[in-house]
Design a protein around this ligand. Structure first.
Ligand SMILES: [Zn+2]
Length: 118
């Protein structure tokens, strides 16, 4: 499929295919789709018959793949906070203290914010 040059290196005979720089993207893309959006190591295994494809090129390709980006975004958890449900009025609340020590007023140095959670 690719216009590759095959070179045999040493003995026992090992044939390594080289692709041109212009075809490097297509080669990486093919390996990535064949492995169903495999990671860097999986792609390196897929490309074993070829001359070593620079890891940096694989990293750049992976960082630009939209499907992989979406897959990574889905893994994140804990962004949505579950609401705390209560069955009675005033059974739960949230209390915050605002530090007003710099502006003390008649001995009062804090403001308490009492928030009822329904
Ligand atoms: Zn991908």
């Amino acid at each position: 499929m690719f216009n590759s040059i095959e070179l045999s290196l040493g003995w026992p005979l090992t044939v390594v295919s080289y692709v041109s720089f212009e075809e490097l993207f297509d080669l990486i893309h093919q390996a990535h789709t064949k492995t169903e959006h495999g990671g860097r190591t999986i792609m390196e295994n897929q490309l074993q018959g070829y001359s070593p494809v620079p890891r940096e090129a694989l990293q750049i390709y992976l960082s630009l793949c939209e499907s992989c980006e979406l897959k990574r975004a889905r893994v994140k958890k804990g962004l949505v906070v579950k609401p705390i449900l209560s069955f009675e009025m005033n059974s739960r609340c949230q209390i915050d203290l605002i530090d007003m020590q710099a502006q003390e007023f008649e001995g009062f140095r804090f403001v308490m914010v009492y928030q009822v959670i329904f």
